[in-house]
Design a protein around this ligand. Structure first.
Ligand code: CA
Length: 419
């Protein structure tokens, strides 16, 4: 779990590693290009600044119950890493289309490796599923996307990374809390400082928990008294992910979503998160699964068109929102859900994608929001984030101009706004 980001799609890490960090709904703050000059002098000044921050933060840590001995030992060697600050500021630059993302996230190798990983941990996963009510294929899929089933857990020193980002001060309170939680992990002996490693953004272990998520949700599955998500043994981490999803409202037995086909004449304005109906009510409107069958009534559902009306369509349930607690990107949630279905032996997606489209750049997303707002379709924020407010503004623009109101923020919409 984690922190993060990216305007629509998964983290930049996916290309080189399968890690997608999640953003516990932490709002993306202003994403601004790095303007300070990056020089040796600057880094040296920042290292001095970080050390001053460590000295100043000590009283706060001690007041929070960290012992002086732990603080002084653990924080003595923290180093400023300018690359982490750059990545934190620029992460929204990295975007992929959902079809490119899914090609990597749910590749044949990841499906195969997932089936093997599930088989290896079947006894533990069966017990975790019984205890927490989260299906083992979902847990395996999260494990697969977060760390390639434990193979890529990140090697960044967490205390240095979290201290660097706390000192950077753009989201100081959030990262100060991460520093304190990481120190508590050491103080309580759950792992060693040498093991306290993870992604640059602070996500650790097989299922990529932020320190505060560890604090609130990690569990000791194997009963050795340590909530050890860093061990090569993945069981504590898998049980911790289950505990996290359960705490966020996971409904046992309910799908994350089901791929559907929409009928001719479908009212695309109803394909929005706010419009929820039972699958039987959707079936009466002609919305059925890809085999033409009505979807069983698992609970109320909405219709999601992640790439507009020419791409694949999904009927999504409350569990979709629960998975968003791990990472809010639609592409990530669909990646987890579809990978879980494939690990269970299910078929590939039947719907296609508008593959001649490309992802909008950061500047284009800003321009889209500015032009929509100027044209009277207020996005309320100009932040390059294609969230519900921007999607609804796109939809209103499409309705006003006689287009299919699917809310898809495509290059075509931007180009028509420019005309
Ligand atoms: Ca344990």
């Amino acid at each position: 779990m984690a922190l993060l980001l990216v305007s629509g799609l998964g983290s930049p890490a996916l290309a080189e590693t399968p890690v997608v960090t999640l953003a516990s709904a932490a709002p993306i703050q202003s994403v601004r290009p790095e303007t300070r000059p990056s020089s040796v002098e600057r880094v040296s000044a920042d290292q001095d600044g970080l050390e001053a921050w460590v000295t100043a933060f000590r009283a706060k840590a001690l007041a929070a119950g960290i012992t002086a001995e732990i603080y002084d030992r653990a924080m003595r060697g923290v180093t400023y890493d300018p690359a982490i600050v750059r990545r934190d500021r620029n992460q929204a630059e990295f975007t992929k289309t959902i079809w490119d993302y899914l090609e990597t996230a749910v590749s044949p190798a990841r499906i195969r490796n997932g089936q093997a990983a599930l088989a290896r941990q079947d006894a533990a996963l069966t017990q975790i599923e019984a205890q927490y009510g989260v299906e083992k294929e979902i847990l395996t899929a999260i494990w697969g996307l977060e760390s390639a089933y434990g193979a890529v857990r990140g090697n960044t020193e967490i205390l240095s990374a979290m201290a660097t980002l706390a000192y950077d001060a753009r989201r100081a309170a959030f990262f100060e809390a991460q520093v304190l939680a990481a120190l508590r992990i050491l103080q309580d002996g759950h792992t060693t400082q040498g093991n306290l490693r993870g992604s640059w953004a602070g996500a650790m272990g097989h299922t990529q928990f932020m320190p505060t998520s560890w604090q609130d949700h990690a569990v000791d599955f194997d009963g050795d008294g340590k909530r050890d998500i860093w061990s090569d043994d993945p069981r504590d981490a898998l049980a911790s992910a289950a505990a996290y999803l359960r705490a966020n409202g996971w409904v046992t037995g309910q799908p994350w979503g089901v791929e559907v086909r929409l009928p001719g004449g479908f009212d695309y304005a109803s394909a929005r998160r706010e419009t929820m109906r039972l699958p039987s009510a959707w079936a009466r409107l002609g919305v059925r699964d890809v085999n033409g069958q009505p979807v069983p009534d698992h609970g109320r559902a909405s219709i999601l068109l992640p790439a507009g009306h020419t791409g694949a369509a999904f009927m999504i349930f409350d569990n979709f929102e629960v998975l968003e607690s791990y990472n809010t990107a639609d592409a990530y949630v669909i990646g987890v859900g579809h990978l879980a279905d494939r690990i269970a032996g299910g078929p590939g997606l039947a719907g296609g994608w508008p593959t001649s489209d490309r992802a909008l750049t950061f500047d284009e997303r800003i321009e889209l929001q500015e032009r929509l707002t100027a044209a009277g379709f207020d996005t309320q924020k100009i932040d390059a984030k294609i969230g519900p407010l921007t999607i609804n503004a796109v939809r209103r623009y499409q309705q006003a101009t006689g287009r299919v109101p699917d809310g898809y923020a495509s290059l075509g919409v931007l180009e028509s706004l420019r005309r």
